[in-house]
Write a protein that binds this ligand. Structure first.
Ligand code: ATP
Ligand code: ATP
Ligand code: MG
Ligand code: MG
Lengths: 248, 248
């Protein structure tokens, strides 16, 4: 079972869209996939049409429910939903010193999934820390823009610090360029900058800017289910193939 | 002195870009403007080329420095910078019950600005709460997309709750549509949905999707200074005019 956190504290970098569509593409080729929504905004849950749940990730992190007890099913995947109650959890976990491995422990009983993908909020909070410590590796989704680079530096410093403090070896599996508009020349400069300044892989796959991806949530579906022939659906299926090769 | 918080807990909705460019456009017509960076990511500070400061908003919120002592000057505006130390502040303020008006109090000695614009992080944390309680009114920046609507609901609930608990009357002055691509039909549906479901003004101005806006931070400038004739610079100047009429 491989657990991957999809992170970037910069907002709006396609974390949720990537978690959903990478997951859906993997489920389509019969992998057993679990998606965890770790964001108080609950975008992932909402985007897959999960609106009326009695228990959520908040209850799991507070120790009141087991992960198995809160799961829903969408597009062949298991989904652990989240909602605004996670904001309270963030406050109560955050004020304690030893609450960084709550998610890691909650995941321990689950062994029969091929992949667990964790959607993280746009912050470097205790929720993202829990996701990091629960993961084998990390995917960073990035827009190829200047402010994204500032965010990248912050992520790398955070991962270094977490590895040091918690004696771990969390690796960044790679950077996935998202919402790519190939006409913009900034993209090449950003890629070059990353290659020159970091020892980080940029995936060969990238996800093009495609309005279908932003329409899918209103249908409670991944774009893979909503518009399988769209550019973003094709790009995510291509990325799932690259991801599988790296993770087998 | 009018204090305005630019908010949206959804990530990447142009909060920072709007705070900088609305501020810069107002300063260009001789208004006295103060920008506060309340985001641990420090995007606003970085985007205006402020990288080496000894003291920041973190020190002000911890009561160790006065706001006047930490200001820098950029494009005729005063800037109160922020950096990753704000993440620690978020934890220490957040665990106390009476730390929601720290910013309001820190702003009290400053009376000679026409406008104070507060850039908020993508979260509904104690930092955003401080910004709300320090403000006369609020601007919500939004992409005209489905997931943005889910975020709007959350913001409105938060403002209602804050008004109730703190006995305030914080108003949403309006919604500013950002990164608008007029070819996408989603935009009209999202506008209609807002008109039908909320008693909220959508500004007449909107900011078009324009790569110049995302390039400006690498030059440490607002897009108004960097490319004054670009679409986004024109759009922000137009918005500053609409904003002035509403705030005079
Ligand atoms: N390939 C794409 N093309 C067009 N729009 C996209 C694409 N991917 C995502 N979007 C849209 O961009 C917005 C931001 O994406 P998303 O919510 O996945 O980012 P995020 O990093 O999870 O945001 P947050 O930081 O708020 O959690 C959403 O409205 C989404 O529907
Ligand atoms: N009008 C525009 N056209 C094109 N790109 C834009 C525009 N406005 C902002 N951007 C870019 O979109 C990205 C997100 O914008 P910005 O950082 O201002 O949003 P934000 O809401 O402050 O994000 P966060 O939630 O992380 O604080 C940035 O890379 C920015 O340069
Ligand atoms: Mg998200
Ligand atoms: Mg910002």
């Amino acid at each position: 079972m491989t657990t991957v956190a999809i992170i970037n504290q910069k907002g709006g970098t396609g974390k949720t869209t990537t978690t959903i569509n990478l997951g859906s593409a993997l489920a389509k080729i019969d992998k057993k996939v679990l998606l965890l929504d770790m964001d108080p905004q609950g975008n992932l849950s909402y985007s897959l049409g999960m609106n009326d749940f009695d228990y959520s990730m908040a209850d799991v992190l507070l120790g009141e429910k087991k992960l198995m007890e809160i799961l829903g099913e969408r597009e062949g995947m298991s989904i652990a939903p989240s909602d605004i109650h996670m904001a309270d959890v963030e406050l109560s976990l955050g004020s304690a010193d030893d609450q960084a491995e709550v998610l890691l422990n909650a995941l321990k009983p689950l062994t029969d999934y091929d992949f667990v993908l964790i959607d993280c909020p746009p912050s470097l909070s205790i929720l993202t820390l829990n996701a990091l410590l629960a993961s084998d590796n990390v995917i960073i989704t990035m827009q190829m823009e200047v402010l994204s680079l500032q965010g990248l530096d912050m992520i790398m410093q955070t991962i270094q610090k977490v590895n040091k403090v918690f004696k771990k070896n969390i690796k960044v599996q790679g950077i996935l360029p998202v919402m790519v508009d190939k006409r913009r020349k900034l993209i090449h400069e950003v890629r070059e900058y990353i290659d020159e300044n970091y020892d980080l892989k940029i995936f060969d796959s990238f996800i093009r800017n495609n309005v279908k991806a932003s329409e899918a949530p209103s249908f409670g579906q991944s774009v893979i289910a909503y518009q399988p022939n769209s550019n973003s659906a094709k790009d995510y299926k291509g990325f799932a193939n690259e991801f599988l090769k790296l993770n087998s």
